[in-house]
Design a protein around this ligand. Sequence first.
Ligand code: GDP
Length: 200
Amino acid sequence: MSHSVLFRDIAFFTSAADESGLPPSRGEVAIAGRSNAGKSSAINALAQRHRLAFVSKTPGRTQQINFFSLGAERFLVDLPGYGYAKVPLGMRNEWEQLISGYLQLRPQLRGLMVVMDIRHPMKDLDRQLLSWFESTGKPAHVLLAKADKFGRQQAVEQLRNTTKILAADFPGVSVQLFSAQSKTGIDEAEAVLNRWYAPD
Ligand code: GDP
């Protein structure tokens, strides 16, 4: 497979623990998901780098917003995973403030990708995230990740279900099948990203 032009020069750039840590940017796309949904694997598969996104899992960075530079002051923004049962309430509130603030108030943010495990999509916090972002009028796209966990027919069925739920609750949000393992849906996701990063 050829290297995508978009991610040719991708490199970890910085982590932000609060609004003051956000770097100057000319355009960025955020990627979010429940912990363990397959977000890091998705980023790595899209970038065709094996360990790139796992810097976001190093101690001290898991609750931060991690910026990957694409060159020309454009960024792929890895939002902290959510949905850990063990997370204390105070931390949950901090997460809410940081993420809702970032999603709603960042002018450079062009679009949001939400990674969901195909076996259990559209959980409460996924919906929370989509509803924060909905108010901006900017585009969002769902990756139904680990699609290889299902057979083809079951995967297509889940895609159809999720498409229906989105059309009812979050009209305009698109969705696709994705698998970092079997490399399903990479071109489709990349096309969405290319569209969002393209200058107006
Ligand atoms: P994150 O916490 O959302 O960043 O999730 P990770 O990318 O770390 O993946 C969580 C777990 O799911 C790991 O054990 C991965 O190996 C596994 N996983 C991720 N993507 C896929 C996939 O496409 N197919 C399968 N079968 N497993 C995957």
